[in-house]
Every structure is written in structure tokens, then in C-alpha cells.
Design a protein around this ligand. Structure first.
Ligand code: SF4
Ligand code: SF4
Length: 93
């Protein structure tokens, strides 16, 4: 999903790294490659790519991840739709 990002520094996603066991489940379920595993722990490699779908928090076995799921995803989709609409209007005006 290139070019489809949420706004910078507003994502509610948080990782409690000391609690993380490094199982890699968040890496598997995240559709935006937000996490990587480094030195046996999850790391937020691209936090602003998070669309707040909630899959990582739901699947983390030790509840090391929190995120307010739902709102960000909807805002991201609407923002992208408006951006595309503006671009296409600019092309024909
Ligand atoms: S799912 Fe949870 S415990 Fe597993 S690597 Fe991710 S943050 Fe760590
Ligand atoms: S909430 Fe969704 S998009 Fe954000 S880090 Fe978790 S799985 Fe990835």
C-alpha cells in the first residue's frame, strides 16, 4: 500500500517492549510492516504506517501492544479518498 499512510505522529499505537517475548506474531499479522524483531524483541520500525486496525494488539499473547483500533483506519481511508479526489479535480480543471 505505497502512498497510503496515516498522519505523522498521531497514531495511538504503543509497544511495551519489556513485556514483549519476541514471538513475532505482530510481525505476521500487521498488514503495514510496522514491526520488526530485533535482538529478540518487537520494535516499531515504521510507527506512522500504522492504520490502527488493531490486529497486532488482538494477537499479542502478552498484551504488550495497545492501540485505539478503528478510528485511524477510517480517517486514513477518508483522507486518502479526499486526496485522490483533489488530485483528479486538479487534472481536469
Ligand atoms: S506479538 Fe507481542 S510478544 Fe509477540 S513479538 Fe509482538 S509485541 Fe512481542
Ligand atoms: S494496528 Fe494494525 S496496522 Fe497498526 S501496527 Fe497493529 S497490525 Fe499494524
Amino acid at each position: 500500500m505505497d502512498g497510503f499512510r496515516y498522519l505523522n505522529n498521531v497514531v495511538t499505537l504503543a509497544l511495551d517492549q519489556p513485556t514483549c517475548t519476541g514471538c513475532g506474531r505482530c510481525v505476521e499479522v500487521c498488514p503495514h510492516q510496522v514491526f520488526i524483531i530485533a535482538r529478540g524483541k518487537a520494535v516499531l520500525a515504521d510507527r506512522d504506517a500504522c492504520m490502527e486496525c488493531g490486529a497486532c494488539a488482538l494477537n499479542c499473547p502478552v498484551k504488550a501492544i495497545t492501540v485505539d483500533a478503528g478510528v485511524g483506519c477510517a480517517i486514513g481511508i477518508i483522507s486518502e479518498w479526499l486526496r485522490e479526489r483533489k488530485l483528479s479535480k486538479g487534472r481536469y480543471c
